[in-house]
Design a protein around this ligand. Structure first.
Ligand SMILES: [Zn+2]
Length: 335
């Protein structure tokens, strides 16, 4: 049966809409079970609901597949670095967590949600890439006994940046934020992990969003955790390759999946439609920059001219678009 899709839009920001499966926001019964009121999600039209009082809410997007929606925002005091989508899959014998969130507190909230649903051990923590909003809570799951798994290029990439990430989050998120002092030790990437009658395939991607993108495909439900290879609502941020990312997404679009879990935006989205906004942004960016490079325009003039860009359909474009121009330019000027 095809999932029923609904469209929810941000109030006061026409054009910022998300398509999602019905049930991707909490229903009245799930809020009541948590002892919370069922209220419209702040800032969204009435199709988007949440449980009141800031409850940490987790959606079951497919049988045994759970996702917490991170806020579409820069990590800061208002959100405690709870700004990435993170989730978990429950098998017959064990649980695998996919991404750890941006702090110990976010990770503990997800672990509490796991413990409220199952007593099974958490065998694995799969980290989809090295960015701090996905990684800084890792210590909580390692302490709980999980083995961390990541792309072969993850460890070196994160080691070079971990101290910077730690200091920047401590400063920007502020008092109450905590995370492990050092990066999580990670194991070699297997092709698949078995949670007991439930196999998750791990797919390594070429340089795209970062140098170490890894996705997780649940065979039982054909749900694909894409990490930050797919952005929705939140403008994509390039930390790998503007051309490689497009190649990775085009290759991925040929693979059948019932739904994907993007790294930012709704908890799930239809596939391959969910690739389209990211692909279109990256493709337009590369085309525009190639034209400027061909004309001999200086990078500083392009960045300055685009610094106030409010790109339709995206949030945070004024933060990330200028950075993306700089990142993509470095790559494209050598073509
Ligand atoms: Zn990322």
């Amino acid at each position: 049966m095809l999932p029923l899709l609904v469209l929810a839009c941000l109030t006061g920001a026409p054009g910022h809409c998300e398509v999602r499966e019905q049930g991707a926001w909490p229903d009245q019964a799930s809020c009541q079970r948590a002892g919370r009121e069922h209220v419209p999600a702040p800032g969204w039209t009435r199709e988007a609901w949440t449980c009141g009082d800031g409850a940490f809410w987790v959606a079951e997007v497919a049988p045994g597949v759970y996702v917490h929606r991170g806020q579409v925002a820069e990590p800061g005091p208002g959100n405690g670095a709870d700004t990435a989508n993170i989730g978990y899959v429950v098998g017959e014998e064990a649980v695998a967590v996919i991404d750890a969130g941006g702090s110990d507190a976010v990770a503990r909230a997800l672990l509490d949600d796991i413990r409220a649903r199952t007593d099974l051990p958490v065998w694995y923590l799969v980290l989809t890439h090295m960015h701090p909003d996905h990684v800084m809570g890792a210590g909580v799951f390692l302490e709980a006994g999980a083995t961390a798994i990541a792309h072969p290029a993850f460890a070196a990439g994160l080691a070079a940046r971990y101290d910077h990430y730690h200091q920047a989050y401590a400063r920007d998120v502020g008092p109450g934020w905590s995370a492990a002092e050092g990066p999580p030790p990670v194991s070699e990437t297997p092709e698949a992990i078995d949670l007991g009658d439930r196999v998750l395939e791990l797919r390594r991607h070429g340089v795209g969003h970062t140098t170490n993108d890894l996705s997780v495909f649940d065979r039982d439900t054909a749900t694909w955790f894409l990490g930050d290879l797919a952005f929705l609502t939140h403008l994509p941020s390039i930390d790998g390759s503007v051309t490689g990312w497009q190649q990775a997404l085009r290759a991925a679009a040929d693979r059948p999946a019932a739904r994907v879990v993007p790294g930012h935006g709704p908890v799930s989205a239809p596939w391959p439609d969910a690739a389209a906004p990211t692909l279109s942004y990256l493709s337009d960016l590369a085309t525009g920059l190639r034209a400027e490079i061909a004309k001999g325009t200086a990078l500083i003039d392009v960045v300055t001219g685009e610094s106030d860009a409010d790109l339709p359909g995206w949030l945070l474009s004024q933060t990330y678009h200028p950075r993306n121009i700089t990142a993509a330019w470095r790559e494209l000027e050598w073509e």
